[in-house]
Each structure stands twice: as C-alpha cells, then as structure tokens.
Design a protein around this ligand. Structure first.
Ligand code: FES
Ligand code: FES
Length: 168
C-alpha cells in the first residue's frame, strides 16, 4: 500500500511475521529479504546470491515458499510471513521436519539448511507422502554443492513417518 504520509519513495508495510504483527516504513524498492534481515533483525533468513538462484533466503508467504530476495516487501503488505525462526513451536519443540533432519544427519550448513527445511515443510503440506523424485524436485531450488542431498531426501521421507507422532 502506498502511504501518502511518508516520502514518495517509501511505503508502509503491515505483516504478520512468525505470528507477530509488524508495521514498517521502508524504501519502496526494498526486498522482503532486506526487510526481514535489516529492519526486523531476522538474520536466520540467509542472504546468498540475491538473484533467485540459491534458495538461502526462502520464507513462507501466505503458506507458500518464496525466495524473498526476489519479492518486494511492498507486494507482501497485509500478508503472513513465516521464517525458519518460527518453525519450532512456541515452546521450542522442533517440527517433525526439523527433528527428521537431525535424526538423519541432514544438518547441512547454516546457509542452505533454513531453505531446505522450509521447502520440505512446504512440500509435505501440499503432498503428505511424496516420492523420492518429488522430494528431490522440491529441494532443487535450494542449492548445495556439498552433500548430494542424500540425507536431506532421507530426512523428508522420515518426516512423513514422524508427522502425527508426538516428539520424544
Ligand atoms: S538469496 Fe535469494 S535465492 Fe539466493
Ligand atoms: S551449501 Fe550448505 S551444506 Fe552445502
């Protein structure tokens, strides 16, 4: 929403980020990635290539995974944004996908892991029992040249089994 009360190059943006309402006034050309990191201090959302290639900046916007470096914050006004910081529940209990990644030694590094966890979570919401090919396809937007994705794929398959089971 363009707000006439602020400078012409600025916009006010209302979001619900990880369940918390936020109201920010930012440059109209600022990306959602920069708002999350620079304005809201959510540095768990990683900045990598900044051109849509690597997936480190992944967050959920209105329940769908997006690359936040490609999205202007102004376009998300009124929306809900869920980041890796909000994936565990309020008591700190990890989500099934997070637990499965730990169990299957799919830790990955701090750059690719947040995006992989969110892409996996997004996949399982849309497809509760994906094929291995579907898992690989869902993770393909999150680049990692280190691990071959083997443990990550195994973790997503394990998460399918864990969903619905209470954490131990
Ligand atoms: S930082 Fe957004 S895709 Fe690489
Ligand atoms: S880029 Fe993170 S483990 Fe390869």
């Amino acid at each position: 929403m363009i707000d006439d009360s602020v400078g012409t190059d600025e916009v006010t943006v209302d979001l619900v980020v990880d369940g918390r309402p936020v109201h920010v006034t930012v440059d109209a050309d600022l990306t959602l990635l920069d708002v999350l990191r620079e304005e809201l201090g959510l540095t768990a959302v990683r900045a990598g290539c900044r051109n849509g290639d690597c997936g480190t900046c992944t967050a959920m916007v209105d329940d769908r995974c997006v690359k936040t470096c490609l999205m202007l914050a102004a376009r998300v006004d009124g929306g809900r944004v869920d980041t890796i910081a909000g994936l565990a529940d309020d008591d700190g209990v990890l989500s099934p996908v997070q637990r499965a990644f730990m169990e299957q030694y799919a830790f990955q590094c701090g750059f690719c892991l947040p995006g992989m966890l969110l892409a996996s979570t997004d996949l399982l919401k849309r497809n509760p029992d994906p094929s291995t090919e579907a898992v690989r396809d869902a993770l393909s937007g999150n680049l990692c040249r280190c691990t071959g994705y083997t443990n990550a794929v195994r973790a997503v398959k394990r998460a399918v089994e864990m969903i619905g089971q209470p954490p131990r």
